[in-house]
Design a protein around this ligand. Structure first.
Ligand SMILES: Nc1ncnc2c1ncn2[C@@H]1O[C@H](COP(=O)(O)OP(=O)(O)OP(=O)(O)O)[C@@H](O)[C@H]1O
Length: 613
């Protein structure tokens, strides 16, 4: 049986993947079947979050018994096809063919181009030398970071921001990423003031509205702390008070995937800080980096252990792979930052120049600062991150982590936790939609999967039926208290995939859907909303960038290849004050044994220094 036929029979291809193979076959009926199948797989790969398809490891993409071609022969066939461009160098634009083969990966041409452009843009930003008198701000630095000379990684990140136009600040929840950014920005503001420059223009952004709100909230808290510490109010006043979504920052153009800001109309900011960078996919990161003005600074914040973006990319992981563990400091930087950090206060490995990838651009924060909190998550999160199922299960079963609860055999959260329905029911009783949305964030049901008995879709259907009194399967109604999750980007509405709103009647009794907006809530007629579904239960993927006081993390009864340690880690770390984990030991162990890695050529590209930069 032909490979394409086998894939079709196994039911792994989507209509779109099939259509690509069919089109190529129609254009040239002599195209070998293995090339057609690879084209369909390159298309499928993007849908699974990979940048391209790796013919040497097809099982990464397809979980079915398939007789795969021998990799070398397959690659040769692909290279010989008129539909496959083989770019001569990583910086050159690929010829106009639907596919591109490079470094062993088969890409849809468009995704290869996103990768190529992104790598060049990051290198462009990184190559810009930072100016400014470092010694002059040493007193302010010492006030902001009293432990700078004792190996404080936050201090190091802030110091490095005075030297590196591309800066990566990584760390788990509560390691002080936002606190560090607030202080780092104060330093940069002070430096600009001392140099007599015009005030620094700073943009804060995150991939979702919720993440942007959280970022602004944390920044305001950090600003208040600095005010209490006696930091100059003039400097604090120059800090931004708001953060926006990346889409809003770049300026959506209604009904198109294009943005108002791009290379020819760059963002009018000197510093662009992006939180939750692990959620940013390849096309968006490419467009963002192209829009960063020449000489501007780009700071990416993220937790490298979280799930990669839902859409194609795993961009942060690739950038971090090129940056190394975050403990390297170039000799030049160590020298220049000596007035602030003292002499090599870390177990630093010096980097020569930045000949090797992005080493020297990253600082990884390790120390957790949320000690006084009710939820004792850190040891469990660490065991999950390390894939140590035995330790994770021992901790879960021991019951000794404050506010961590294990429901080992519960596979129906609505039965195991009857007050879940009660919580959802009360949402309808709020007169103020903002209150209702706040209340909704107190408790959320998170699932690993979308489908199946423990999946978000089925659980939502049951919750909708229980709350609305309608039968399961009847068309959804916008009953008061229904939580809505937007599932597509609508530039026209200013609503984006992952935004959560609530249905409540207005004063005249008209049912409306309310979503958070800058400085208040925004109302939409429910029938005019972009694609959406209920949000009582949400997949962990969709909950990225959000936090809830209490999380019920429901794992499926049987293992699935979608489960990974990153998924469990991301789900658990959405909880602020209480976490409930429901699932069997077998499923947890299987999940922790798996990585949610993605196929990408970005790390390879970033490791290569292009000519002329
Ligand atoms: N150096 C520090 N000294 C004292 N408290 C700190 C320090 N750094 C952070 N904190 C406190 O730790 C908490 C978490 O900090 P912050 O919000 O900056 O972390 P984060 O890494 O941005 O978290 P998230 O994962 O939620 O984005 C805050 O209450 C903050 O005030």
């Amino acid at each position: 049986m032909s490979l394409l036929r086998a894939l079709q029979q196994a039911g792994v291809l989507r209509t779109l993947d099939d259509a690509l193979a069919n089109t190529l076959c129609r254009l040239d009926p002599s195209t070998p079947d293995d090339v057609l199948a690879a084209a369909a797989l390159a298309s499928l790969a993007v849908a699974h979050g990979h940048a391209g398809f790796d013919p040497a490891s097809p099982a990464l993409l397809v979980d079915a018994e398939i007789a795969w071609p021998q990799a070398d022969a397959w690659l040769q066939q692909l290279a010989a096809s008129r539909f496959v461009a083989t770019p001569a160098s990583p910086v050159e634009e690929a010829d106009a063919a639907p596919l591109a083969l490079e470094n062993g990966l088969l890409y849809l041409r468009r995704y290869r181009e996103y990768e190529r452009r992104l790598a060049l843009q990051l290198q462009r930003i990184a190559a810009h030398p930072m100016q400014g008198d470092i010694a002059a701000i040493a007193p302010l630095f010492a006030a902001l970071f009293p432990e700078a000379r004792d190996g404080d990684h936050q201090a190091r990140a802030a110091a490095l921001s005075l030297r590196r136009a591309l800066l990566l600040v990584t760390g788990g929840p509560g390691t002080g990423k936002t606190t560090t950014i607030a202080r780092l920005l104060v330093l940069r503001i002070a430096q600009a003031l001392q140099a007599g420059n015009v005030p620094l223009r700073i943009a804060l952004a995150a991939p979702t509205g919720r993440a942007a709100d959280r970022m602004a909230e944390s920044l305001r808290r950090a600003t208040a702390q600095m005010a209490a510490q006696g930091i100059d109010p003039q400097l604090l006043a120059a800090l931004p008070a708001q953060a926006s979504t990346l889409h809003r920052l770049l300026g959506t153009v209604p009904d198109t995937p294009r943005f108002r800001h791009h290379a020819d109309n760059p963002l009018p900011f000197d510093v662009v800080v992006v939180d939750e960078a692990s959620m940013v996919d390849l096309p968006l990161m490419c467009k963002l980096s192209e829009a960063v003005a020449d000489g501007a600074q780009l700071v990416l914040l993220g937790d490298p252990d979280q799930l990669p973006s839902v859409e194609a990319g795993d961009v942060l992981a690739a950038i971090l792979a090129a940056a190394g563990a975050g403990d390297a400091l170039s000799a030049d930087d160590a020298d220049a930052l000596h007035p602030l950090l003292g002499s090599m206060p870390f177990e630093s490995r010096p980097v020569d120049a930045d000949a090797d990838g992005l080493r020297g651009h990253r600082v990884h924060l390790q120390r957790g600062w949320r000690q006084d909190e009710a939820l004792q998550l850190a040891p469990l999160a660490e065991a999950v991150r390390n894939g140590d199922a035995r330790e994770a299960l021992a901790l879960l079963r021991s019951g000794r982590l404050a506010n961590v609860h294990f429901h080992e055999h519960a596979d129906d959260p609505l039965q195991a936790r009857p007050d879940l329905l009660g919580h959802f029911r009360t949402l309808a009783s709020h007169a103020d939609p903002a209150d209702a949305l706040r209340q909704a964030n107190r408790l959320r049901l998170l699932t690993a999967l979308r489908e199946g008995a423990q999946g978000a879709r089925g659980l939502n259907a049951r919750i909708e039926a229980a709350l609305s009194g309608r039968r399961i399967g009847s068309p959804p109604a916008w009953f008061p208290g229904r939580l809505l999750l937007v599932t597509e980007n609508s530039y026209r509405h200013g609503l984006f995939n992952g935004d959560v709103g609530i249905c409540l009647a207005d004063e005249a009794g008209t049912p409306l859907a309310w979503f958070p907006g800058e400085g208040g809530v925004r109302a939409f007629h429910p029938a005019a909303l972009p694609a959406h579904e209920s949000a009582f239960a949400m997949t962990v993927h969709k909950a990225q960038g959000s936090e809830f006081d209490e999380v019920w993390l429901q794992l499926p009864r049987v293992d699935s290849r979608v489960l990974s340690r990153e998924l469990v880690y991301t789900g658990m770390t959405r909880a602020r004050s209480a976490l409930h984990v429901a699932g069997s030991a077998e499923v947890i162990a299987a999940a922790l044994g798996r990585h949610a890695g993605r196929v990408s050529g970005l790390g390879w590209r970033l490791g290569i220094k292009p000519q002329g930069l």
